[in-house]
Design a binder for this molecule. Structure first.
Ligand code: DOR
Length: 460
């Protein structure tokens, strides 16, 4: 991996930047880590430093070049749970997944509920991070749902949003106050919508499958009750509300109506909620045992929910796709279905599994890219620098091969979390390279960056 800011000419790519309506075959020139030029033919003589020296070239013909992906929702686990993941391993996995920037959740130990904790993550990320890391601060102290954090102090320390993700804020009054503060600070609340009394002890979606398998169910209502409550509170307070990991048709409808009413709400959906159903808890092997790696919160739902989620993505009710990358150790998972931790290690499979929707014609490649780039960047108000190929801006770039087939093997994950329900799946669509803030942080073995000497005689 090259940690230096680069000067690189990427040529012959299909360049797609939905935020700027760019869709063309062409070249892109990066100079000293910034995007200098995009055009049908860009030459190295267009570099500001035209003298002699080394230049790098990447032939990307047949590949797609787009802005670096932005993930609004991941768990990097550090500090406190370094056996599950670290900032170094998590951001390396993010880079392999095409993400140039990730927002990390606050359910660490200690949780990110003080400016000092946020500062620690920022410093650690600037030393160890392969990609940009934007910390999210807790809404309540210790994520206990009892007392608000010093939200202004956290904002000053640089959090990009507030969330107790992993847990809801059960008290409506506390959530109202949190929204009032967040509105003043101009930052969104990222809402883990779950009524714990309704979901209590649940393992999978409540429905026919949970009844048949005699497993405790988590009803759609456990999510929707809190989505509805918090939309009402967002209306009351004028706060920016972002609904995390939307999983049900009912939630999509609630968000749709709220948007129509002009409530300031955005929403995300995960790759697994878009591609897997509740049936996946049963292993697709002859012994038909349960697959703990399909245990996730909110749970995988039904085909009907998936259809509503895809429709919501297409018509803009759901703004972004976020991984909810939730790495766990083998011990946290392989302890029986009831006790197994919720969560899926998602960075390295996100693009491959989402491409199945594109190949089936459910969404277009441009729609998919927009949900991974400009749209999430807008949610956190960073669309000037992230999720865009803006000229003069930092080079955050992902290069994709939409047709490359590969087989998921969690043993090869850079993430410490091998907990994926996609192990052994064959995907068509692969991330080939990621450039984050002007640095090549991931490149597939089959791609070569050629170095050439530029002399005064070179016709470049
Ligand atoms: O499945 C999940 N895992 N859902 C969450 O909300 C939290 C996450 C985790 O932290 O493991």
């Amino acid at each position: 991996m090259n940690k230096e800011a680069i000067s690189l000419l990427i040529s012959g790519a299909h360049i797609i930047d939905p935020g700027q309506d760019i869709d063309q075959i062409g070249d892109l020139l990066i100079a000293e880590g910034k995007i200098l030029r995009i055009g049908s033919t860009v030459t190295l003589s267009q570099r500001p430093e035209r003298g002699e020296g080394k230049v790098e070239n990447l032939d990307a013909s047949g590949l797609v070049l787009c802005p670096g992906f932005v993930d609004l929702h991941c768990h990097l686990r550090q500090p406190g749970f370094e056996d599950k993941e670290t900032i170094a391993t998590g951001t390396k996995a993010a880079a392999i997944g095409g993400f140039a920037a990730v927002c990390c959740m606050a359910n660490t130990e200690p949780p990110l509920d003080t400016p000092a904790a946020v500062d620690w993550v920022k410093q650690k990320a600037s030393r160890d991070g392969a990609v940009a890391v934007f910390p999210i601060g807790c809404i309540t102290k210790g994520r206990k749902g009892e007392e608000l954090t010093d939200m202004a102090g956290l904002a000053e320390a640089g959090v990009i949003a507030f969330s107790d993700d992993g847990d809801p804020v059960a008290s409506s009054l506390l959530m109202r106050r949190a929204m009032e503060h967040s509105r003043e600070l101009g930052l969104p609340i990222i809402d883990h919508c779950e009524d714990k009394e309704l979901s209590d002890n649940g393992i999978i979606n409540e429905g026919e499958i949970s009844a048949k398998l005699r497993l405790e169910g988590i009803p759609a209502a456990a999510e929707e009750v809190i989505v509805a409550r918090d939309l009402i509170l967002a209306k009351l307070t004028g706060a920016k509300l972002h609904i995390a990991h939307v999983s049900t048709k009912g939630s999509v409808e609630l968000i749709r109506r709220a948007k129509e009413e002009g409530i300031s709400v955005t929403a995300e959906v995960t790759p697994h909620h878009l591609t897997l159903t509740e049936e996946r808890i049963v292993r697709e092997t002859p012994d038909k045992s349960f697959d703990v790696n399909a245990k996730v919160n909110p749970p995988l739902r039904t085909r009907d929910d998936i259809e509503a989620l895809i429709k919501g993505l297409k018509d803009g009710v759901i703004d972004a796709i976020a991984t909810d990358h939730a790495p766990h150790t083998l011990a946290d998972k392989n302890c029986g279905l009831e006790r197994a931790a919720f969560g899926i290690s998602g960075f390295e499979t996100a693009f491959g599994c989402l491409m199945s929707l594109v190949h089936k014609g459910e969404i277009s490649l441009t729609q998919l890219i927009s949900k991974l780039t400009c749209e999430p960047a807008k949610v956190i108000g960073r669309n000037d620098e992230l999720g865009t190929l803006k000229i003069g801006g930092p080079a955050n770039i992902t290069i994709l091969d939409p047709d490359r087939e590969w087989i998921v093997d969690s043993r090869n994950f850079a993430s410490k979390g091998k907990n994926t329900p996609y192990d052994g799946y064959k995907f068509k669509g692969k991330v080939m390279a990621t450039i984050a803030n002007g640095r090549v942080v991931y490149i597939d073995d089959s791609l070569v960056i050629a170095r050439s000497e530029v002399t005064k005689q070179s016709h470049v």
